[in-house]
Design a protein around this ligand. Structure first.
Ligand code: SF4
Ligand code: SF4
Ligand code: SF4
Ligand code: FES
Length: 952
């Protein structure tokens, strides 16, 4: 059931001019003009003349099964269904008459005969369309009685942790089936049987949990009755408040109407007016919000002298004062640069902005960095240099105009599910798909979709592969010379062209390193360059390499050379991992850049910030995260403030990271839980979840959306308030009464944000930056007409193989990724019922590699690299190619990053998570690291359990 505050017009929107034409008709004596192709139902609803309906909803194609929406059309016989009948010029429609009322009442009475109106005790009371229509038609009982054959005793399916299916309440309208097909694209549901026996069935008549269902909730959202209902709604009852906010999981940035009661979230209903998701969601944002009130939340500040000491619970004043004194003591002892801060891509723009401001203005150095260092920093570098802006070029809706789509190093159905659903919709309409990935990701073969080409590239050879794609484009004359001549730097283009045309870059010559058949490369290159609109979507499989920045430039080169930037349907689209990766980068988190990627050495920019912040600022970049760890090892970096990040779990070479933390004297962690990093902390400042704060997130489309507080912060403060307290305690005053004032400051200091305000965000719903005088309502597509940097710059992208190669000692290449139901380091999703689907990381290994090692499904296998050893359960699968193994990093006890190396991108230090040479052997006990981890964790949990109030 969708949110009650939504105005459902019954059938999907149809585009008007310039693509279509308008039609004028009369409905109940009133003239209405709508785009041709609109249904009568929608035209009527658009002027407030609602027609009763049950099987229609405006997110799904009209189906015409319930026969409730009948209308009369002057001069036409019969009573056509208004949902399936389209408008026509000059027709006169009546939506109400005694005959229509009689027909509708007849239909409703039939429904009611199998669906008693026990509305008062029903959890859907007030949300149910069947109830609404019954009330509208004034039906309280049925002439057919309730004694006949019915479905009232059919078994309820409660297998899914988040929703139930009650066949007794089903009116077989098929909205759930169509939602699963059209909106989600999983096709898990069917209507089985005919007539009275017809029923909704998941997969092969399985339970929802056992079926192919991915628990996106689209069917629940579409269901007009209580048949499919959230368990939280059943448990908690009718919500009393609706607040629009933004998902705190992935970079799609879905908008939700959070329905709450007494300050508790009852359910998260995807917002049909949401610009990024149009009413869709995935299992994480839709259902996995329980972590916010999980008993593991720490809601009192704590301090301790060493990590061997028990925690002491203290007041906020004491904790903040202690942290400030310690950080200042360290600076006095070891120098100004001995401390730094890490901002979080999970926190809001305003919070991130404040943390980097705290570092630059209160710490007095530029030692600020963000977790984007370990994911999309090469995107910033590569795109800034080639096209002039460190961000994706399109809005998500642009994909609906793409003809050929390359998905490279990304797994959207797992990592960006709502975008994946939109992409699949476009593919079902006929767009072509090229997948470039070492694994056979789900998009390669999914219901009704088969990728035209899957290029199973060997990890670490992306650049060689893209050079060979470019080789085909250039040598076969598939470049768009006029576009390049008008928009790009010709000299750099000529150099690039000559480089990629060299024979050594041909698919035939690169095949030995990439492992991809030359024919496949040639076919894929031709398809992308010649299909019309070519769009590229990429993820961390592009960036997390020693040549991550080079690869981003490869993508930009190819897109420019084929004229595929600067209009709808094309573009370069980094799929950002965390909810606010784009925002944390935009907000000046990097040590070398102020907001909007302006270098700290730029005197004019720095002067602007100095004036606004009232302190002198350094012109030299500060330390990046890996440099902070190095400096900690050499004794020159002793204190850190980390807001909302778990670098111990997420950064590579865990043992190197933990020894850096043990070398520090004051580690201040602000988080919801005692995460892996907090186990090395001396000050713990309780964080607030997205449900407890106001602010904004920026998604992968550069779309800034409001986050709105639904419940009071459990620890008393929102995260931005804690930074403010710390800054004041450090002697650098910060005064903001609300995050809107922080946004106002960002807008004053940042040309691409100059037009932003909370008032405008509330009015428009969301805004894509740049938003300023030139683009007062934002910029859905960038680089239209000209590139942001002026002329597009091509770069020669020489392939330099990573030093991390398969050897006799480490013959397999490990690559990493994520799964749908878990998120990043898992701190949130592990504390929800999503663990029903995935309770541990596993190692995917090809049957051939498994067989030669005597490994079978479920065996414990030891995974050894030159950094360390861990043990995981094996999953034998041909999703991975021979020679490649794959795992995720959602569970700290797996220690995936114990074995990843310190190799990193040459330009940005982004770790090379995607390539680690390993050997895999069958073992029967955890690794030495895992045993140490277990002991350390137990010890730290004991220290937490034994925490004492200071003045006890
Ligand atoms: S479960 Fe709901 S949406 Fe599906 S057919 Fe039944 S009533 Fe319609
Ligand atoms: S929850 Fe999503 S995937 Fe599962 S049946 Fe419903 S629509 Fe399909
Ligand atoms: S996790 Fe991503 S796709 Fe899923 S609901 Fe949240 S923003 Fe949307
Ligand atoms: S709403 Fe038109 S037939 Fe059901």
């Amino acid at each position: 059931m969708y949110s009650t505050n939504y105005n459902d017009l019954g059938t999907p929107r149809v585009d008007g001019p310039p693509r279509g034409k308008f039609v004028t008709l009369e409905i109940n004596g009133r003239e209405v003009t709508v785009p041709d192709g609109t249904s009568i139902m929608r035209a009527a609803a658009s002027i407030g003349e609602r027609v009763p309906k049950l099987c229609a909803t405006d997110t799904l194609k009209a189906f015409g099964s319930c026969r409730l929406c009948l209308v009369e059309i002057e001069g036409r016989r019969g009573y056509p269904a208004s949902c399936t009948t389209l408008v026509a010029d000059g027709i006169k429609v009546r939506t109400e008459s005694p005959k229509l009322s009689q027909l509708r009442r007849g239909v409703m009475e039939l429904y009611i005969s199998d669906h008693p109106l026990d509305c008062v005790s029903c959890p859907a009371n007030g949300h149910c369309e069947l109830q609404n229509v019954a009330e509208e038609l004034d039906i309280t009982e049925t002439r057919y009685g309730l004694a006949g054959a019915s479905h009232q005793h059919a078994d309820k399916d409660a297998s899914n942790p988040y929703f139930t299916f009650d066949p007794a309440m089903c009116i077989v309208c098929s909205r759930c089936v169509r939602a699963c097909d059209e909106v989600q694209g999983t096709l898990a549901l069917t209507i089985q049987g005919r007539g009275f026996a017809s029923k909704v069935s998941a997969s092969q008549d399985e339970s929802f949990l056992a079926s192919e269902c991915v628990s996106c909730g689209a069917c629940v959202e579409a269901c007009p009755t209580v048949a499919l209902t959230e368990k939280s709604l059943i448990r908690m009852g009718r919500p009393s408040k609706v607040t629009t906010t933004t998902c705190a999981y992935c970079g799609v940035g879905c908008s939700f109407n959070a329905e709450s009661k007494d300050g508790n979230v009852v359910r998260m209903v995807p917002n049909r007016d949401g610009h990024a998701n149009h009413g869709h969601a995935c299992v994480k944002g839709r259902f996995a919000f329980g972590y916010a009130t999980h008993p593991d939340r720490i809601t009192t500040p704590m301090i301790r002298k060493s990590i061997e000491d028990p925690w002491q619970q203290v007041s906020w004043d004491e904790a903040i004062g202690h942290a400030a004194r310690e950080l200042r003591r360290i600076q006095a002892t070891y120098g100004r640069d001995a401390i730094g801060g890490i901002t979080s891509s999970r926190c809001t723009n305003e919070e991130t902005y404040l943390v980097q401001k705290l570092v630059r203005a209160a710490f007095g150095n530029n030692n600020t960095d963000t977790c984007a260092r370990v994911c999309h920093s090469p995107t910033g570098y590569g795109l800034k240099n080639t096209i002039g802006e460190s961000a994706g070029t399109q809005h998500f809706d642009s994909v609906m105009k793409a003809d050929a789509i390359i998905v490279v190093g990304a797994n959207p159905t797992e990592g960006h599910p709502v975008f994946a659903s939109q992409l699949k919709r476009r593919l079902r309409q006929g767009a072509k798909l090229i997948v470039i990935d070492p694994r056979e990701i789900a998009l390669v073969r999914t219901p009704h979709i088969k990728a035209d080409y899957h290029l199973p590239v060997r990890p670490g050879t992306n650049v060689a592969l893209f050079n060979s794609i470019a080789h085909v484009v250039v040598t076969e004359g598939l470049t768009k010379e006029q576009y390049v001549a008008e928009r790009c730097d010709i000299d750099s283009y000529a150099r690039w062209k000559a480089f990629v045309a060299e024979e050594r870059n041909s698919p035939e010559m690169t095949a030995a390193s990439t492992g991809v058949a030359p024919d496949l490369v040639r076919a894929a290159a031709r398809l992308y360059a010649s299909a019309g609109n070519g769009a590229i979507y990429y993820g961390l499989g592009v960036t997390e390499h020693s040549q991550g920045s080079t690869m981003v430039m490869c993508i930009a080169n190819l897109a420019m050379a084929t004229g595929n930037v600067g209009r709808e349907g094309v573009g370069i689209n980094p799929l950002r991992g965390q909810n606010n990766v784009q925002g944390s980068c935009d907000m000046g988190s990097f040590p070398h850049e102020f907001t909007a990627y302006r270098h700290v050495s730029d005197d004019a920019v720095r002067a602007t910030f100095e004036r606004a912040w009232g302190v002198p600022l350094l012109a030299e970049p500060g330390l990046r995260i890996p440099n902070m760890f190095e400096a900690a090892h050499d004794g020159s970096f002793k204190g850190i403030y980390i807001q909302g990040e778990d670098v111990v779990q997420s950064d590579p070479n865990t043992q190197h990271v933990t020894s850096a933390f043990t070398a520090m004297e004051c580690v201040v962690v602000q988080d919801l839980f005692l995460n892996e990093t907090a186990k090395y902390a001396h000050v713990f400042l309780p964080g607030s979840s997205f449900l407890e704060k106001d602010g904004t997130f920026t998604n992968a489309e550069r779309r800034v959306s409001r986050v709105r507080r639904i419940m009071e912060p459990l620890a008393g403060f929102q995260d931005w308030e804690v930074t403010l307290l710390l800054s004041n305690a450090l002697g650098y005053p910060m005064q903001y009464r609300h995050p809107s004032e922080i946004m106002d400051e960002i807008a004053r200091l940042t040309p691409t944000f100059a037009g932003f305000s909370y008032e405008k965000l509330d009015r428009l719903g969301s805004i894509q930056w740049p938003c300023n005088d030139k683009a007062p309502e934002g910029t859905p597509i960038m680089h239209v007409g000209e590139f942001v940097r002026g002329k597009g710059q091509f770069f020669v992208t020489e392939f330099v193989p990573t030093s991390e190669r398969a050897t006799r000692r480490f013959p397999l290449l490990l690559t990493t990724g994520r799964i749908l139901t878990q998120y990043n380091v898992g701190a949130q999703t592990r504390r929800t019922q999503n663990t029903v689907w995935a309770g541990a990381d596993v190692l995917e290994i090809h049957p051939h590699d498994a067989e030669v090692r005597g490994i079978v499904q479920g065996d414990r296998v030891g995974l050894t690299s030159r950094s360390g050893e861990i043990v995981l359960p094996a999953e034998v699968t041909d999703r991975v190619r021979p020679g490649v193994v794959y795992t995720t990093f959602h569970f700290p006890e797996s220690g995936t990053n114990v074995i990843t190396t310190e190799n990193s991108d040459w330009a940005t230090n982004c770790p090379e998570y995607k390539v680690t040479a390993v050997e895999v052997v069958k073992v029967n006990q955890p690794s030495a690291w895992q045993k140490r981890f277990q002991d350390f964790t137990e010890h730290q949990l004991q220290l937490l359990k034994g925490r004492t109030p200071t003045h006890a």
